[in-house]
Write a protein that binds this ligand. Structure first.
Ligand SMILES: Cc1cc2nc3c(=O)[nH]c(=O)nc-3n(C[C@H](O)[C@H](O)[C@H](O)COP(=O)(O)O)c2cc1C
Length: 224
């Protein structure tokens, strides 16, 4: 009979390895199942949240901007990006929304949905996710006056910085990093639109022909 001393692996060790393997298999299966069950409701909730935010950053519209989503590869990148057009009853574009990301918030990434009007000015912005400090950086969601201060701003009619840096936007008491990051991202969003307006609004990219109303000023994206 093999002596206990000469055995390479003890039966107890084999049992332990099998038990650990079983636990790992069960845990993996449970994780997979949870993912399967929650994926669809999460996607649905995200879609609803985006829908709601689009309603807040776009002017009144008769279409479903989410359904009419336009995907382009912005100039200089290989990554597709989504834009959401607002239209009136006649199909005229009354606004355009898209998401921008500020990577340099105090506590990381800040996601922002911004809406533009045909005259090239911001209609509204909404913060869709952030991890900034309550009472400090989270003014970007709570301070409505500050959020509203973006309305009517174009690339050319405001200095895109906080007052502390020589610009025209308020910083918050004890919190400059967060508003600075948001202002920079929104400005970059306006530049992104300006650099891609032809691709965005060219007929092959559009779900419907765009007819601009004669009574409104010529939209910036139609000027060449
Ligand atoms: C615990 C803690 C949390 C902070 N959270 C934020 C924040 O969420 N956003 C922010 O802008 N600054 C935050 N600050 C303050 C910044 O460190 C910084 O002092 C402030 O933004 C002013 O930046 P400035 O010196 O560049 O103007 C926090 C500071 C501490 C100590």
């Amino acid at each position: 009979m093999e002596s206990k001393k000469n055995r390479l692996i003890e039966p107890e060790q084999v049992k332990m390895v099998i038990a650990l393997l079983l636990v790992a298999i069960v845990a993996t299966l449970l994780l997979g199942l949870t993912d399967m069950v929650t994926r669809e409701p999460i996607a649905k909730a995200e879609k609803e949240a985006l829908h709601k935010a689009l309603g807040q950053v776009l002017p009144p519209h008769a279409n479903d901007p989410l359904e009419e989503m336009i995907t382009i590869k912005p100039v200089g990148t290989d990554t597709p990006k989504q834009f959401y057009p607002a239209r009136d009853e006649s199909g005229n574009i009354t606004g355009m929304a898209w998401e921008v990301i500020a990577p340099d918030g105090y506590s990381g990434t800040i996601r922002i949905l911004m809406g533009l009007l045909p005259d090239g000015s911001v209609h509204a912005i909404r913060i869709t996710s952030h991890r900034e400090t309550p009472g400090l950086g989270d003014g970007i969601t709570k301070n409505h006056n500050w959020l509203n201060s973006f309305a009517g701003r174009t690339l050319d009619n405001v200095r895109w910085k906080v007052k502390k840096d020589g610009g025209e936007f308020d910083q918050f008491t004890g919190a400059t990093i967060t508003p600075r990051a948001v202002i920079k991202a929104v400005k970059q969003g306006l530049e992104l639109f300006r650099n891609n307006r032809i691709a965005l609004l060219s007929p092959e990219e559009r779900p419907q022909p765009i007819k601009f109303r004669k009574t409104v000023p010529q939209p910036v994206w139609k000027r060449r």
